[in-house]
Design a protein around this ligand. Structure first.
Ligand code: PLP
Length: 452
């Protein structure tokens, strides 16, 4: 079912933000931490259904961000709501670290069926993406008896202290926190639209070769491969700009990890759970399997959940080595079980099919506007990168234009969000229909025209 059928277009009735929204924004400024990295536009949600968000002033927005790739089944999907409501009447909490309930093995078994990992797996449940990453880091250190990690420039893996050692997408994330607790070496990400040396477009083979050469140098100098516990990879870099890694690169990393006893840790927090038109982004690289996979965001349709699934023989730590009071809460796990059922029941297919339709619409805009340098991604994880388009350096990034387009979309009732320096991410709820796409792309078109 599509809970979005009746309403076809955004409806903006007040100046934005409206007066009731402003009251909330002002109260927030007084009482809430200023550290949230909110965009220039200010969306206040009152309630939401499907792909539509209503603010306190009655303005209705078309959501193509899904609470940053979280509301995979759409806002308040009736089946998810019903499952959660039933669960809260039966069991809200017991603490899976000390007691048992059916939801943990049920979701563990489900994840075992769907994750791209060879052989049997086990899962540790957490409350967020960063926590799932913390689990993966600790597990890799424990299992390999090694301490070093390799991560990628422009990657994002969360803001808790361990995860922060990996994260490198923005200066603001590290500024003020001084030395990092973990020994992490960052290498360039294989971005074919901006080669890490030239900043120019290159081909996948070249950028794959150059990053692998760099990794080899790292192994031969500061960071011997035999001391590396894990390589942490976003198969499609998320916060860094919605950049997919080439298949040859992912395959080669797998080979390097296997040969050197390094854990290949795949961060599917943003790219997982059907977002790319397959259940996991790694599924786009046939035959490549991870040792450890981190999930969160879309897994619970908005309920806080993180999961770290690993090969069963890797998850060999002792009792008490890692646990969390709320991690694997029965209500969150119920939401995840229902979410996966809906994903397998058609939403992954919808992500692929309607995502391809959206990509085609965005590519038409790329033909129309020189300022769109690149449209990339898979399924409903699509990035649109803005460039100068003319002048001395038409390929130069245009972050200000990206921000203006983002704001113009908001003013017209379309919610999209930037990522990377100059990219707009499309990460809509996976229930998005072709009709929704037509509306969204038309608004995006108008917003670009008004912003250049
Ligand atoms: N990993 C990736 C790839 C992410 O995109 C994010 C969040 O954006 C995280 C980890 C951290 O997740 P959380 O914000 O739930 O801690």
């Amino acid at each position: 079912m599509t809970p979005t059928a009746e309403l076809q277009k955004p409806s903006i009735k007040t100046a934005l933000p409206g007066p009731k929204s402003l009251e909330i924004i002002n109260a927030d400024a007084e009482y809430v931490t200023p550290s949230y990295p909110r965009p220039d536009y200010k969306l206040v949600a009152d309630h939401a259904s499907g792909v539509w968000i209503t603010d306190p002033d009655g303005n209705v927005f078309l959501d193509c961000n899904a609470g940053v790739a979280v509301c995979s089944t759409g806002h308040c999907h009736p089946e998810v709501v019903a499952a959660i409501q039933k669960q809260v009447g039966e069991l809200i909490h017991l603490c899976g670290t000390d007691f048992y309930y059916r939801h943990m093995p049920e979701l563990g078994k489900k994840l075992n069926e769907i994750v791209p990992i060879d052989g049997p797996t086990k899962t540790h449940f957490a409350n967020s993406g960063a926590e799932a990453i913390e689990t993966a880091l600790k597990l890799a250190m424990y299992h390999t008896h090694r301490q070093k990690f390799i991560a990628f420039q422009s990657s994002f893996h969360g803001r808790t202290l361990g995860a922060l050692s990996l994260t490198s997408s923005r200066k603001a994330q590290r500024l003020g926190f001084m030395r990092q607790p973990l020994d992490v070496v960052h290498i360039p990400y294989p971005n074919r639209f901006r080669h890490f040396v030239t900043d120019q477009v290159t081909d996948q083979a070249t950028v794959t070769r150059d990053v692998l050469n760099w990794l080899n140098k790292v192994f031969e100098t500061t960071t011997p491969a035999e001391e590396v516990a894990g390589i942490v990879l976003e198969v499609v870099q998320g916060e860094g700009g919605y950049v997919p890694a080439p298949t040859a690169f992912v395959k080669e990393l797998r080979r390097i990890c296997t040969e050197n006893g390094i854990m290949l840790i795949v961060d599917e927090v943003q790219s997982g759970m059907g977002r790319t038109g397959k259940m996991f982004a790694l599924d786009h690289h046939e035959g490549v399997k991870a040792d450890i996979i981190c999930m969160a965001k879309g897994l619970g349709s908005g309920m806080p959940i993180g999961a770290c699934t690993a090969r069963a023989d890797i998850m060999d730590w002792h009792k008490g080595a890692h646990a969390s009071t709320f991690g694997g809460n029965p209500v969150a796990l119920t939401a995840a079980l229902k979410t996966i059922e809906l994903l397998q029941g058609g939403l992954v297919d919808n992500s692929r099919e309607v995502g391809a339709y959206l990509e085609a619409g965005l590519n038409k805009l790329k033909e129309k506007y020189d300022v769109i340098g690149d449209v990339r991604g898979f399924g409903m994880m699509l990035g649109v990168e803005f460039v100068k388009g003319s002048g001395d350096d038409p390929h130069a990034a245009d972050a200000e234009l990206r921000d203006r387009v983002e704001m113009a979309c908001y003013q017209k009732g379309l919610i999209i969000l930037g990522c990377g320096n100059n990219t707009i991410r499309w990460s809509p709820p996976l229930i998005l229909s072709k009709e929704n796409v037509d509306v969204a792309v038309a608004i995006f078109d108008e917003a670009i025209a008004a912003s250049i």
